[in-house]
Design a protein around this ligand. Sequence first.
Ligand code: HEM
Ligand code: HEM
Ligand code: SF4
Ligand code: SF4
Length: 409
Amino acid sequence: MKKYNTPLIDDLEKGPWPSFVTEMKKAAKTNEMANDAVGHLEKCYSTKVGYWKHGGIVGVLGYGGGVIGRYSELGNEFPGVAHFHTVRLNQPSGFFYTSKALKEICDIWDKYGSGLTNMHGSTGDLVLLGCRTESLEAIFAEYSSRGWDLGSSGSALRTPSCCIGPGRCEWTNYDTLDLTYALTQEFQDEMHRPAFSYKFKIKSSGCACDCVAAIARADMSIIGTWKGDILIDQAEVQNYAKKGMDINAEIVNMCPTQCISYDGKAMKINNAECSRCMHCITKMTKALKASGERGATICIGSKAPIVVGSLLSWVIVPFIKVEPPYTEVKDMIRKIWDWWDENAKPRERIGEVIEMKGMRSFLEAIGVPPQPQQIKEPRKDPFMFYTEDDIAAYKAKEAEEKKTGKYKF
Ligand code: HEM
Ligand code: HEM
Ligand code: SF4
Ligand code: SF4
C-alpha cells in the first residue's frame, strides 16, 4: 500500500478534540480506499482544488435513491477514490443500535467499502462513505439480508428522523420513535422512488427543546406540545431557591411570554399566555411538569440556502393529535404534498413555494384556517404593530440599561 506524506492534514490531529484525520488514518492501515482518501485529501489541501465530481445517478435495482454517486477527477493517481459513492442506511428511530448490529454494519462495510462512516448524516441516515459502482448490488443484498434498508436521497421523501423521545426522555409529548417508524413504513414508495420536485424532510421532536433541530432542518417539523397547565410543586420550587437558583433572573425574566411570577414564596404561571417553549420546565425539572392533552405542533418550510436563502419553519397547525395509527398526521402530509406537487417548479422546496404562492393558497389547499399562532418568524408577528412611541420607550430603556449595566426584562 502506498504511504502518503500528509503534513497539511496532520495539523488537524492537533488539539484535545477527536480528529477525523486520525480516524481516516486508522482505516487506511487496512483499507486501500481509505488510504487513497487520505492521500487525496492532502492533495486537495496542497493544491486548494476539490477534485470531487458529482457523478450522475448510481443506485440499486428498484430504488431511485439511497446511494449518492461520487467520483474523483484524480482516479489514475488515487485509484481507491476513483469511485467513492456514499450509501445511506435507514437508521432505527432515535438511533438505537445494539453493538452487535453496529459490528455487523461495519464488517459488511469493511468488506466492500472504504471502512469510513459518518454517524449520522444531516438526513439522519447512517452514512457509509466510499464504495465502487460494481459493489452496490452486493452491498445492498448483504445489508437487506440482515434486515437493513437503504435510506433516501434525491427528490424524494428523505429518511424520516426523530429525537429519542420516550426511549429515554420524560419530556416527550408523543411517541416520536413509533411515529417515525410508522411514517417510514407508510411512505416507502415516496422514499425509494423519487417523484417530487425536490427533497422533503420530516423530523419529529417530542417537545420544543427540539433535539433533532427539526425547526431549522426539516420541510415538516412535528414538535410535541401539550394543552393543559404546567403543574407546579411549590416545595420543589423552594428547594431550587434554597440551592441558590435566582428564580426571578433565571426563570421568570427568561420566560419569553412573561407569564410567570414569583414573590419569593410561590410561583404562578398564567398558562393561557404560555407558548410551551420548555424553558422553565428544563430548568426546574423537579418542580414543573406539563399536563393535560398531548399532541404536536406542525411547522412547515425550513431549508438551507441552496437555491435561494435559508428559511426557518412556520407554525401551520398549532395542535394535532399524534396517536397510532396516525391517520390525522398522514392525511395532513398527503394534502401538503398534493399542493406542493401542483405548484412547485423543479428544485423548489415547499417553503419557497409558500413564499411565492402565498400562505393563503397553501392553507386553503390543506384545509387549515388562518390562526394567530401561524407566526411567520419569531418577533415578527404579522398581527403585532409597533408605534413610534413604543420604539422611543424601547430606546430609552436600552440607554438606561447601558448606563446602569442593569438589564430590565
Ligand atoms: C478538512 C476537512 C474536513 C472538514 C473541516 C470537515 C468538516 C465537517 C463538518 C464541520 C461537518 C458538519 C458536522 C455536523 O455538523 O454534523 C462535516 C460533515 C460531513 N463530512 Fe466532513 N470535513 C472534512 C473532510 C471530510 C471528508 C474528507 C469527508 C469524506 C471522506 C467528509 C465527509 C463528511 C460528511 C458525509 C458529512 C456529513 C454531511 C451531512 O451531515 O450532511 N468530510 N464535515
Ligand atoms: C459544490 C459542491 C457541493 C454542494 C453544493 C453540496 C451540497 C450538499 C447538500 C446540500 C447536501 C445535503 C443533502 C441533503 O439534504 O440530504 C449534501 C450532502 C452530501 N454531500 Fe454534498 N455537496 C457538494 C459536494 C460534495 C462532494 C464533492 C461530495 C463527496 C465527494 C459530497 C458528498 C456528500 C454526502 C456524502 C452527503 C450526504 C450526507 C448525509 O447523508 O447527510 N458532496 N451535499
Ligand atoms: S426533543 Fe424534547 S422530548 Fe425529544 S429528546 Fe429532546 S427534550 Fe426529550
Ligand atoms: S414553557 Fe416557556 S412560555 Fe411557558 S411558562 Fe415556561 S418559560 Fe414561559
